[in-house]
Design a protein. Structure first.
Length: 209
């Protein structure tokens, strides 16, 4: 399992020593089969969007060919992009059995989300492993379905004497941003690539409607 999850850890301070009581994690399904299925979903969203766009008489004469380039030539802004984004935002794709249709908010965020609840617990070899103990479905009123949490000592009940007041620590995996803006190399005057693709930055005047 890919360990890209938000971690919620509950701990107490005992004699200047931090002891973890439990560790829970939440993450999206990032298995290979799930990611492959999302390719089909993405194609459906795009295809439905193109169909709705072309069937709208208000878009007559508008092209979905961006004519944009990272080579420093051509337009710096796709004038039809905002209009097409609004169309994609209103697309509705039929969901799998037992799930709502795939739809988006006005910000382009999925309306319905499903997260897996993970528990760090001893495995067969006594090593700590992440195990799925439940699922949270945002579209259901009682959307949280969770099994027992395994506490230290392989116990299914919290340790005795746990104080009512506790701290929650939420951590996230630190990753480089999807888009990175950096000045060019002071010697060569060129931009350097680090596992990315160079793209031209347009001036404010070029991208102003």
């Amino acid at each position: 399992m890919e360990k890209r999850c938000s971690i919620i850890a509950k701990y107490i301070l005992l004699e200047n020593k931090i002891e973890f009581l439990f560790i829970l994690g939440v993450h999206f399904d990032t298995s290979s089969s799930s990611l492959v299925n999302e390719i089909t979903t993405a194609i459906k969203v795009y295809a439905y969007g193109v169909e709705d766009f072309t069937n709208d008489p208000a878009n007559a004469g508008r092209s979905l060919n961006t004519q944009l380039s990272c080579e420093g030539v051509g337009a710096a802004r796709w004038n039809t992009g905002d209009r097409f984004f609004r169309v994609l935002r209103n697309v509705s794709v039929e969901g799998d059995a037992g799930k709502p249709n795939l739809e988006f908010t006005q910000d382009g965020v999925l309306r319905a989300a499903e997260l897996k609840i993970m528990n760090l617990r001893p495995g067969v070899s006594k090593q700590l492993v992440w195990e799925e103990i439940g699922v949270w479905k945002s579209w259901q009123k009682e959307g949280l379905d969770i099994k027992d949490i395994v506490w230290p000592g392989n116990s299914h009940t919290p340790p005795q004497g746990v104080p009512e007041k506790f701290h929650l620590k939420i951590t996230f995996l630190e990753e480089p941003p999807y888009i990175s803006l950096a000045p060019p190399d002071p010697v060569t005057g060129k931009c350097t690539m680090e596992r990315g693709v160079l793209c031209r930055i347009a001036s404010d005047a070029d991208i102003t409607e």
